[in-house]
Design a protein around this ligand. Structure first.
Ligand SMILES: *[C@@H]1O[C@H](CO)[C@@H](O)[C@H](O)[C@H]1NC(C)=O
Ligand SMILES: *[C@@H]1O[C@H](CO)[C@@H](O)[C@H](O)[C@H]1NC(C)=O
Ligand SMILES: *[C@@H]1O[C@H](CO)[C@@H](O)[C@H](O)[C@H]1NC(C)=O
Ligand SMILES: *[C@@H]1O[C@H](CO)[C@@H](O)[C@H](O)[C@H]1NC(C)=O
Ligand SMILES: *[C@@H]1O[C@H](CO)[C@@H](O)[C@H](O)[C@H]1NC(C)=O
Ligand SMILES: *[C@@H]1O[C@H](CO)[C@@H](O)[C@H](O)[C@H]1NC(C)=O
Length: 430
């Protein structure tokens, strides 16, 4: 039968994947139709297969899904090629971790035999997208549980964190003047840049704040804040200075190959074409009108986020707001805070790290309020998603969170700066 044929051809390619696909194929006549006890899962049509799909978690970080190859293959063996029309017209490579039975348990027999329910389910045209709605309020400490320090399993006042698809977490270990990589599934770490004491030699860092991990070129680009420079670090013996004399704080790269740097001294954001950084001034793409609270100004721009349309989101520290500058805009719009310093739901106190999901919802490390907030466009106020229980080191608390990041399953990680630890808040799968 058709299923057999398809599965056989997959079998040749993805040996250890076949069992999972086999047990969780679904009828994909209606894309995204329910297929699991978990209502956040839906049926994804497999590329190249008629009406056969895989039951997978409806994941909305479209920008992290790469297109499939010409023959609908994925170069990464942990991915499978599916249609995901909410993300792209072209088939995309979807992580196998999203297809895991633990995430999308099959509908049990009792549910299957509940005719009322199955009928409504198969009739229903669902518009469900993954709801990144709720996280457990008690954290798990994934790094730094044994106190701050400079051992490999310790950090000191962590700033930016980012997770890659292989569950590596990269940390700007500010107080130790180094960038570390921590393998979450192995509980082991290594220094990827710095770690030679603080100083201005090219093999040293001085309070690094932000970084971009360039896995393609095996290098890390670092905002070496204490040295007022942006450097690229290949390894122990090879580093280069990309930009000098800059009050750099945040760094981002977009998919068109531009590097963005926020400058706290000049209250602006500049961008450079990646290959033409050295010796170039770059161009101002946000701010640049002195320090102030107008919509074309910043008061110490901090971390950033750049979306696929090249809109730049900037946490505007001293104005207690997050600004969004569309590409080529002359001024920004307030997308979070902007109602003065405070702890009401419509306020922020010294916002730092930000993340923006595909629906344009802005996640903010509301640092001095010791909470992580989410703001939806057009809403007057945000909501607290974790923290907000005062400054402290209990598992439902944090002390000056500086940044946040999500793994591919939607679990939330924060750099809990003053506790010198990285906490994970598990996504509650409904
Ligand atoms: C089966 O259907 C009944 C009646 O509609 C409903 O009350 C019940 O919750 C369903 N059972 C399950 C397991 O969902
Ligand atoms: C903390 O230290 C204990 C004992 O030295 C060790 O068993 C444990 O793995 C450490 N935890 C972390 C997260 O490093
Ligand atoms: C590097 O640091 C040394 C010692 O602190 C200082 O004398 C020197 O001017 C610095 N060099 C640069 C390029 O900043
Ligand atoms: C990697 O290096 C190549 C050659 O130097 C360059 O063209 C490319 O933009 C780099 N990629 C990134 C992501 O920086
Ligand atoms: C360091 O990186 C450079 C550039 O990628 C490479 O040529 C060199 O072999 C590397 N050195 C070591 C010790 O890995
Ligand atoms: C903006 O700054 C001006 C001048 O410093 C000040 O008078 C005004 O109250 C500020 N507005 C807000 C909304 O903070």
């Amino acid at each position: 039968m058709k299923i057999k044929t398809i599965l056989t051809s997959f079998f040749l390619i993805f040996l250890n994947f076949i069992v999972q696909v086999n047990s969780q194929t679904c009828d994909s006549t209606i894309p995204y139709s329910p297929c699991s006890r978990n209502s956040a899962c839906g049926c994804f049509p497999m590329a190249g297969a008629d009406n056969i799909g895989v039951c997978a978690f409806l994941w909305k970080f479209c920008s992290q899904l790469a297109p499939c190859g010409l023959s609908q293959e994925c170069s990464d063996p942990d991915h499978i090629c599916v249609h995901h029309s909410q993300c792209s017209n072209q088939p995309v490579c979807y992580p196998l971790s999203m297809i895991n039975e633990n995430i999308c348990p099959p509908q049990s027999n009792s549910i299957m035999t509940n005719t009322t329910l199955t009928t409504t389910m198969s009739m229903e045209v669902t518009t469900t997208k993954i709801k990144l709605n709720e996280w457990k309020q008690q954290a798990r400490i994934v790094m730094g549980a044994n106190g701050s320090g400079s051992e490999l399993n310790q950090i000191l006042l962590p700033q930016r964190i980012l997770l890659d698809k292989d569950q590596n977490i990269f940390i700007a270990d500010w107080g130790n003047h180094r960038i570390v990589q921590w393998k979450l599934n192995e509980n082991s770490g290594k220094v990827v840049a710095g770690g030679n004491g603080y100083g201005n030699r090219t093999d040293q860092l001085n309070f690094p704040i932000d970084m971009i991990v360039d896995e393609e070129n095996n290098s890390v680009i670092i905002a070496d804040r204490g040295n007022s420079r942006v450097v690229r670090w290949f390894n122990e013996t090879k580093q280069e200075i990309l930009i000098e004399n800059i009050g750099c704080f945040g760094l981002r790269q977009d998919k068109f190959g531009f590097l963005y740097v926020s400058d706290m001294k000049k209250n602006e954001v500049r961008k450079w074409k990646m290959e033409e950084i050295k010796g170039n001034e770059g161009i101002v793409v946000a701010g640049g009108n002195g320090e102030g609270n107008q919509t074309n100004q910043f008061d110490r721009p901090h971390f950033m986020f750049v979306d696929d349309e090249q809109s730049i989101y900037v946490s505007d520290l001293g104005n207690h707001r997050v600004m969004k500058w569309r590409k080529d805009a002359k001024e920004g719009i307030v997308v979070a805070g902007g109602n003065g310093l405070g702890k009401e739901l419509n306020q922020l106190n010294s916002p730092k790290g930000i993340f923006v999901d595909d629906d344009g919802q802005v996640y903010v490390a509301d640092s001095w309020n010791h909470r992580i907030m989410r703001w939806s466009e057009g809403k007057e106020e945000g909501e607290i998603i974790v923290g907000g229980n005062g400054k402290g080191n209990e598992l439902n608390q944090m002390s000056h969170p500086f940044d946040l990041s999500f793994d591919v399953e939607g679990n939330l990680y924060i750099s809990d700066c003053e506790n010198s630890r990285i906490s994970r808040f598990d996504l509650i799968v409904q």
